[in-house]
Ligand binder design. Structure first.
Ligand code: PLP
Length: 388
């Protein structure tokens, strides 16, 4: 099918939930995506932080293909080595005690919400079910995770939503205004992705943690976007010295295949029992084998490189004319400019650079193994588009 045919059939047959850009991705290699006409694009979006080592990365591919040749799926009533190995690797890297695998970030957060409520139910009886989330957060598209998302724009049309979510400003004053004797957890993205790549204040997070520990309220870190080395830390909460009770992740974890993980630390490691939660596809052996190959590569050296590359990009981008501010951590970068972000993204695409937007900002999520030459090319294109 040619490009025009694919685009018109897409408009006809695919639900209208995406304001798509005019790129038909056909194949990729490393940092490059090729469209149906053979045009090459430098990919600084990685499928929203998913293709963490770029397109068709050899090591990831070998892990996935090797597993496809053994067994593609086994239901969760049986054991499978890739799932066990991945859980063990995640626990060793983070200090988590147990992991529940789903297929997406939203599912990982659903699990976290259920665990927080049941933890409280087991210990204190019913009624202590409220979860405080932060203004401008994003936690997913299911009804519960939409309700958890602290943005009014996501609370339309689909009601009634599950109850029990309260939204706070990311300050202790904001938390105290929403805290009640029903609060069982606070859920935070330490670097808010969808709302413009904003890292939360470290002092606030530490103070919040102390406040929660004293009251046996669980701290949930949503690391769906900022996790898995993206910020130059295995998980971004580490940069702030936090000790969360639950950590959720997805996106980059699978390297391109759907997987989500809800990591349970000591307090709530035995909250879920047989039959309390489950999934058909979650922890699929192929997704887990690919994810394991990725987690094993997130070494201290690689994380240091990510921090260095992030600093390099930030420094050069902040010098571009019409750039008002550059935010984020590591290779998770938000650029505030005098121009419309969508317009910048469209123009970059025309010049062969794929970037994302987030709440009026341009957002960059390049592969963690992006090269200096690729960064320089991206900086040059951003400069042409933004400074013009
Ligand atoms: C993308 C995202 C989600 C939702 O993940 P899905 O895989 O799309 O369900 C949740 N939280 C954060 C912080 C995200 O960036």
């Amino acid at each position: 099918m040619d490009k025009a045919q694919i685009m018109s059939d897409d408009e006809k047959y695919i639900a209208n939930t995406y304001a798509r850009f005019g790129l038909v991705a056909e194949r990729g290699e490393g940092g490059a995506i090729y469209d149906a006409d053979g045009k090459e694009y430098l990919d600084f979006s990685t499928g929203i932080g998913v293709n963490i080592f770029g397109l068709c990365d050899r090591k990831w591919q070998e892990a996935v293909i090797g597993q496809i040749g053994r067994i593609q799926h086994v239901c969760n009533l049986y054991y499978s080595e890739p799932q066990t190995k991945l859980a063990k690797a995640l626990c060793r890297k983070t200090g988590a005690a147990k992991v529940f695998f789903g297929n997406s970030g939203a599912e990982a957060n659903e699990c976290a919400i259920k665990v927080a409520r049941k933890y409280s139910h087991d210990k204190y009886g019913g009624g202590r079910y409220e979860i405080i989330t932060l203004n401008n957060s994003f936690h997913g598209r299911t009804l519960a995770t939409l309700a958890a998302t602290g943005q009014d724009a996501f609370h339309r049309y689909f009601g009634p939503f599950p109850e029990g979510f309260r939204y706070a400003e990311p300050t202790m004053k904001g938390i105290l205004e929403q805290y009640t004797d029903k609060t069982c957890a606070v859920m935070v993205e330490v670097v808010q992705g969808e709302s413009g790549v904003n890292a939360l204040d470290g002092g606030f997070l530490k103070e919040l943690q102390t406040f929660l520990k004293e009251r046996d309220i669980l701290l949930i870190c949503d690391e769906v976007q900022c996790g898995n080395g993206r910020t130059g830390y295995m998980y971004a909460y580490e940069a702030f010295g936090l000790e969360p009770d639950i950590v959720t992740t997805a996106k980059g974890l699978g390297g391109g295949l759907p997987i989500g993980a809800c990591m349970l630390f000591d307090k709530c490691k035995n909250t879920l029992g047989a039959g309390d939660h489950g999934t058909t596809f979650g922890g699929n052996p192929i997704a887990c084998a690919g994810a394991l190959s990725i987690v094993e590569r997130l070494s201290d050296d690689l994380l240091a490189e990510v921090r260095g590359k992030g600093a390099y990009l930030k420094e050069h981008i902040s010098r571009i004319r019409n750039v008002l501010s550059v935010s984020g951590m590591g290779l998770m970068i938000g650029i505030e400019t005098k121009k419309s972000a969508r317009d910048v993204a469209e123009k970059c695409l025309k010049k062969g650079l794929i970037v994302l937007t987030a709440h009026g900002k341009v957002r960059l999520l390049p592969p963690l193994n992006v090269s200096k030459a690729e960064m320089d090319e991206a900086i040059a294109i951003l400069n042409e588009v933004i400074a013009e």
